[in-house]
Write a protein that binds this ligand. Sequence first.
Ligand code: AMP
Length: 395
Amino acid sequence: MKTINDFDFKDKKALIRVDFNVPLNDALEVTDTTRIEAAKPTIIKVLEDGGSCVLMSHLGRPKAREDEFSLQHIVMSASEILGVQVKFVNDCIGDAVQEAVNALQPGEILLLENLRYHPEEKAGDVAFAEQLAALGDVYVNDAFGTAHRAHASTAVIAQFFPENKCFGNLLASEIVNVNKVLSDGEKPVTAIIGGAKVSSKITIIENILDKIDHLIIGGGMAFTFVKAQGGSIGSSLVEDDKQALALEILDKAKQKNVEVHLPLDCVIADAFSNDANVDVADIGAIPDGWMGLDGGTQTRELFASVILASKTILFNGPIGVFEMPNFAQGTIDTCTAIAEATANGAFSLVGGGDSVAAVKQFDFGDKVSYVSTGGGAMLEMLEGKTLPGIKAILD
Ligand code: AMP
């Protein structure tokens, strides 16, 4: 796996695909700089070698050249974070861009305008990718958030750099960390799969069954399993058409000696609201008109004991409706157990959508081993798919 550490960028122009798709407020100011900070080590390495950086990214989903999606809005934040005044050019291809690139000196950074102002970006257009490729000596992909897309700047462009292409620090560490779970996880390996729907997690579960020892199933998706086993789940979230699939998963897990841990009890509510009346019920004995919205005490203790005995932990999907304070305790206790296991030497990866949001919301970000930066990309990695942006560098 070639990374930026295999290159000396002295007097070279690094063409870096970053993921600067950051949230902006109504005044078009950056409200969360995580993604810019995540790209910093790669950019700094190039500058410290004596090279320059040409940064390309998308921002949002513009249908045309709409000002609210201009990367100009992030120049100030990027300059502050990177410690260098970032230059900006108001397109990503064309003569003016080429001139700005030619004028770039070692130690300087040039940010190109939103790639998605050109529909050719998402279409993976080869001619467009070739025009982008003319803007650098080495192609660096550091955009994990879009690595699952076969776009011009994320995948197609790599063919124009047969030798001079590599992963940036961020993308490389995402790959290394997911492999710590999927390829060389120290046993016992535990996957905590929660969240709303079985259907969105099924491919992940099928892919990881060969790699794990324990499967904790939490969140709304647990009720499809409970109902399939004959439990009464009241008006809890359920996917009736996935009941057979749930039983199949339990069967496959048994064949592969994976111990499955379903909730034992749950916090129930008479409405999907933080202000609803609440009670506690055994998982398969929820009265009509009530729904399970979080793990109960026994569930939380069971999940914590499994997590604390694990050496490798994957956390994907919350245990309850953590966005509502009355139903957040299951997710908080799970985070606490993961943090404790990590402090005791386990490796923990938090990846994919809402578990990342939960870990950040409850301040566990620095108490786990790795928090993935890419929602969809991480889900596809866990599903065992080869991401186009990664394949293009490895080819
Ligand atoms: P996902 O994106 O599939 O990981 O689902 C995350 C969502 O699942 C979060 O917004 C949670 O509020 C929701 N969730 C977790 N547990 C439950 C539950 N018992 N009932 C309904 N939604 C839930």
